[in-house]
Design a protein around this ligand. Structure first.
Ligand code: SF4
Length: 159
């Protein structure tokens, strides 16, 4: 059975910056019960604690971050770019290990965001963009879906 990578918070793991989760029901819960999902929280995998201060891509895009030309920072200016890049690489390594071609990632996150991220000014406003892990997975040919797009993934999987 083809495995799917998933953001750990979507499975109810309390790994969010605020110590909470983003548990989903429906197809994600069904696939979890079928043993199809492999979870990771890239930020925790990159060494960040729970809870942790929120961070945003403040300079450049996720692609720029991965090219060493952008940064991820906390509101106080603390730079956490290295942890975000490390976590993204660990997510990719997990995909390679399990020959994973699809991922379901939490929309809006600076790591996992698929179509949107915060605007980098800690204003609460979302802009078009992607998180660092989502960007790295896409670069390596992995099809990335948000938790709002699982029906599209199901069609691809012919479920
Ligand atoms: Fe969820 Fe991804 Fe944020 Fe971890 S980094 S809490 S998996 S959205």
């Amino acid at each position: 059975m083809q495995k799917i990578l998933v953001s750990a918070c979507l499975l109810g793991e309390k790994v969010r910056y605020d110590g909470g989760d983003s548990r989903q029901s429906g197809l994600i819960a069904q696939w979890q019960s079928e043993g199809r999902l492999i979870s990771i929280c890239p930020e925790v995998a990159g060494g960040l604690p729970i809870p942790r201060p929120p961070a945003e891509i403040v300079s450049g895009s996720a692609d720029a971050v991965l090219r060493g030309r952008g940064s991820v920072q906390r509101q106080n200016g603390e730079d956490v770019t290295d942890a975000f890049v490390d976590g993204a690489e660990r997510a990719l390594a997990l995909c390679m290990k399990h020959q994973i071609g699809f991922a379901i990632l939490k929309e809006g996150s600076p790591s996992c965001g698929v179509n949107s991220v915060n605007d980098g000014r800690f204003s609460g406003i979302k802009i078009d963009g992607e998180g660092v892990a989502a960007c790295l997975l896409r670069r390596h040919g992995i099809d990335v879906f948000s938790e709002q797009e699982v029906e599209q993934l199901a069609l691809l999987l012919n479920d």
